[in-house]
Ligand binder design. Sequence first.
Ligand SMILES: [Zn+2]
Ligand SMILES: [Zn+2]
Length: 227
Amino acid sequence: MEKEEQHKQNVTLTRIKAVVVSLSLILLCSLFIKLSLHGFTYGLSWLVLPALFLGYLLADFITGTIHWFCDSFFDEETPVIGNFIIYSFREHHSHPLIITKDKFIEQDTTSFFIFMPFLYFATFTEISYLNSPNSIYGHFILIGVCIGTFCTNLFHKWAHQRNQNFIIKKLQKLGLILNPNSHKKHHVDHSRGYCVTSGLMNPILDYIKFYPNLERFIRLFIYESRN
Ligand SMILES: [Zn+2]
Ligand SMILES: [Zn+2]
């Protein structure tokens, strides 16, 4: 069977994903408007950018950690998760350009499903931000995490696509979204450069060998617990 046919997504699944993605984006925008109004009312607007950026970095770390885990443990033959989760990560190493053929809604949208309840409660729970200014900071971090995780697969795809428009190229050059040249490091050496949202966390995590050390620790723990 042709690779493209294998990748065709079930219509029902596409519709479900489209609904969840739309609802999550509506909630994200509603929360942003609610927070901005409260933030400016209470003079907390200076918190906005640092909190958003912190959340965005956190998204790079979270998605990088999932990427590392799926690259390092289990395999395509593992029951249940092998075919649904692990396969796409391993396939990306052997066929890096397949990702460029997928439309946004055909890519993995799990983060929209995971963060929708968090966005719902943050948007509709009545909180007095005046009495609890930390909440406004926490909710802006949540927005940063959502923006990053929602866009991870898109930014990863763009890093593999040629002939991007100048805005995407500029964002890639600034390092605000995954830069194609720095992402190449992961495709040369699969033990580094796991973060594929902005890739901003990669230099520090690679420098301290965070993921190889964590993997060694986990494998040692598994080995010890079996003996
Ligand atoms: Zn990988
Ligand atoms: Zn890649």
